[in-house]
Ligand binder design. Structure first.
Ligand SMILES: [Zn+2]
Length: 70
């Protein structure tokens, strides 16, 4: 349970700009611009999807995100 603590809940306030800019922020590495690899872990019992993303090129931009399924 405690390993979920470093996941952060998704807020759209951190995304700004138009659709292209936002999808760039979400999908591309901030360091080198390579497309990030996403993995999803579904937890249907708690209605969460844990999403992690990492750059395959430089290994940077590691993000963890929780999406709440409505
Ligand atoms: Zn990178």
């Amino acid at each position: 349970m405690s390993n979920e603590a470093d996941f952060k809940f998704e807020t759209f306030e951190e995304y700004y700009g138009d659709v292209r800019e936002v999808s760039k922020i979400i999908n591309e590495c901030r360091l080198c611009g390579t497309k990030l690899i996403f993995t999803h872990l579904s937890d249907y019992r708690n209605f969460f999807v844990q999403e992690t993303s990492q750059c395959p090129d430089c290994g940077g931009n590691h993000k963890k995100m929780i999406h709440i399924l409505n």
